[in-house]
Every structure is written in structure tokens, then in C-alpha cells.
Design a binder for this molecule. Sequence first.
Ligand code: PMP
Length: 441
Amino acid sequence: MIKQPTLTNELVELDKKHFIHPTSSIKEQQANGPAIIFKEGKGVYLTDVNGQTYIEGMASLWNVNIGYGRKELAQAAQEQMEKLAFSSCFATFSNEPAIRLAEKIAQITPGDLNAVFFTSGGSESNDTAYKLVRHYWKLKGLPNKSKIISRQKAYHGVAVGATSATGIEGFQNMTSSLAPDFLHVDPFSTEAVRAIIEQEGADQIAAFIAEPIQGAGGVNIPSNEYFQEIRQICDEHNILLIADEVITGFGRTGKMFACEHWNVVPDVMLIAKGVTSGYIPLGGVVIREKLHKEFIELSEGTLLHGFTYSGHPTSCAVGLRNIQIIEEENLVENSRKMGEELHKQLKSLQSELPVIGEVRSLGLIGALEIVKNQKTNERFPTKVSALVVSEARKRGLILRTVTFNEADTIVFAPPLIINKQEIEKVFEILRASIIEVTKNL
Ligand code: PMP
């Protein structure tokens, strides 16, 4: 009898042959096939095509804030698709979900961040922001203000501009050339920002961009003073402040937006991911009323920047429903409360296991460092975090690592709906995985 290929085997072969994966090792895919083929999600749990379940420690890519399987979002998409799935917003055409979502974002973002340019994701939001701030200075008669100061270890996406702003070498080295006029400074030092402004001249600088908490760079949390000082420096030198809240927005850190922790209102805020909890692609660039007014006053003719999907009615309808759920279910508060639980668990693991170095978290975003020596921070010769994450996966837990340069880091960003028992489960599996992997090192 001929053995029938199983569905899994068939999918693995087709994946290898036809699917080029984002941010993945092509060699590894060809050797082992896709790591997991997911089939379903419910709450904080995922199930793969073989029926194995996993608890989600990363909300996929830091974005499935309200958890999986929410019928309300499916319903919002269905209703909108049946009414008007898509229509363009070019040439001032408009649609109700885009208008309503823009209003909602204006309400929930801090200060006078009141007007939104919609994109399809974080990278587009970044490239849009760089063009808008340069356009702004051009309209103001200061076209030389074009340089963008970014930070080492920053991650801003993979469009050419966003890659150029990114401060992680691997991403930057992938191609032979990048966009000009991006500068990178030490991510924790305001002195470094002052120094580069001095060196380059404020009249050459359009904007400073930062993630309030660096995500892909290893969950790096600034000091309490950092962003207030940055705000002050930007004001002193007539430089616009862009906050990339693509990961940190929509409740991730225990506030609706992370810059609220330090009472800082950026001139431009970038959003994506959590705006729809990843159910459908959507992003945006939110600008302060003052800037919006200046654009209205100074602009002439057509703003020659727009994505086909800017203001996509179905995406916007899903975004609106998603934000309602975050509000109705107090998920920002849950993120804050469960964040304390996450922090406790990190601390307790650190005091128990000698291979855990620094731990850090704010709300439901966190990280732990794997070290050979807790006192000296000496690292193991191999990236132990990668082994731990792979062991955890076998045991039914999804986590991610950050391993560029020195880093040997495990990062956390569970869905905001997670409860205490589920956090305990994450740490139970993680603890067992670390013990298993490090017992022979
Ligand atoms: N900015 C930040 C801070 C991000 O973390 C990401 C994605 N991880 C992006 C931008 C890029 O977003 P996207 O992948 O949706 O283009």
C-alpha cells in the first residue's frame, strides 16, 4: 500500500518550495521545514497542525494585545467588508471607519496629538514620518533640516528609511546601501544627543526618533529622566521628536502609550501592531495639532505621499473595535497589574537561578539576560537563550530571543488579557527549560 503524505508533510514541502519567510534563516527552513505551522488561536493559546498547544509569551510579534480568536473583530471585519470592503482615501475621498478611528486615536493619544496619517504597518509609519518631518521643514523654508537622529539598538522596521534608522548592524548590513542622513547615538545618553547636535548643527537636523522602550533591541527601558530631557533638547534646538510606539502603544507597558510614563508628548507618534491587535494590517503617523495647523497653512497642491491602503475601511473598522475592547475590558490596567506579576516572576527566577543576569520589565514587556556569571555578567560562549527558547517551545511555550552582538536575552510580551495563572504557567515552563538547557553547560 502506498503511504499517503500527511497534511503536515505536504505543508512542510510546499512551504520549503514556495514560501520565502520574513526574518528567517532560509537554510534552516530548507533543512528543517517551518518551525511550527499554526492552525488556531484562542485567548493566550495557540494550536499547531499536529494538535500541540502553546502558551503565547510574545503575543506573536508583540502585537496580539487582545489575544486570539476574538469574534468581535471577525464580525467588525465581516460587517465592513459586506458594506464597503475597500475604497481609496486619495484625492480627499473618505470613509466612516477611517474618520471614526482617526477621531478615536486623537482622543486616546496624549496631549494635542490629534491628526493621523494611516499606513499599513510600522515600517510604512516610519518612512512616512521621515518624509513628513522633512516636508514640514521644507515648507517652513528650512530644507537643510533633513538629518534624523536615531539610536543604537533601535528597531524601526525594514523599509529603506526604517532600516536606515534601525541601529542593529545585521539589519543595516543586509544590503550594500542605505538612505543617507541617519545618525545613531548611544541609546541611554542625553549627552550623546547634545553632542551630535553640536557636531552636525541643529540647522541640519529634522528630527530625533526613539522607541520609548526599545523592543527588538532587547527591551531597553530608559531612565525616568531620559525622555523629559530629550523633549527639552528637541525644543531648545527646534528639532521634532518622533516616538515610535509601534510596540509600546495600546496598553503594552501599562499605560495606553509608553511616553505617558514620563509625561512627554512627542511631536509625531508612530503606531501599528496593537492598533488592531494584529488581526489586520494597519499603522499610522499621529501628529500634534500645532504641526497639523502649520501643514494646513503652508501646504500647496497635493501631498504627494499616500499608500493605496491609507485609511483602509476594513482595517479601520477592526482597529476601532479593537480599541473599544481594550477600553471596555480595562486591558491597560490589566497590563499594569499583570506587569507587576511578570516582574515578580522575573525577580524570583533571577534569585533562584545563577544563570540569570539582569531582568527588566514595564507593564507586559520584559526581558531577562542569560549569563555565565551573575556578578561579572560574563556570557556563555554559545547563545543559551536560543537553546532555552527552543526547549520551551517543545514544552509548549512561545518566546523570542535577542542575540545580536553580546546579547543573550529572552524577551516577553504576552497578550494583555493574560491572567496570573497563565503568567505562572509561562514561568513554570521557562524555569524548567532553563534548568534543562543549563544543567550540562
Ligand atoms: N517600529 C518598531 C518599534 C517595531 O518594533 C517594528 C516591528 N517590530 C516596526 C517599527 C516595524 O513594523 P512592521 O513590521 O509592521 O513594518
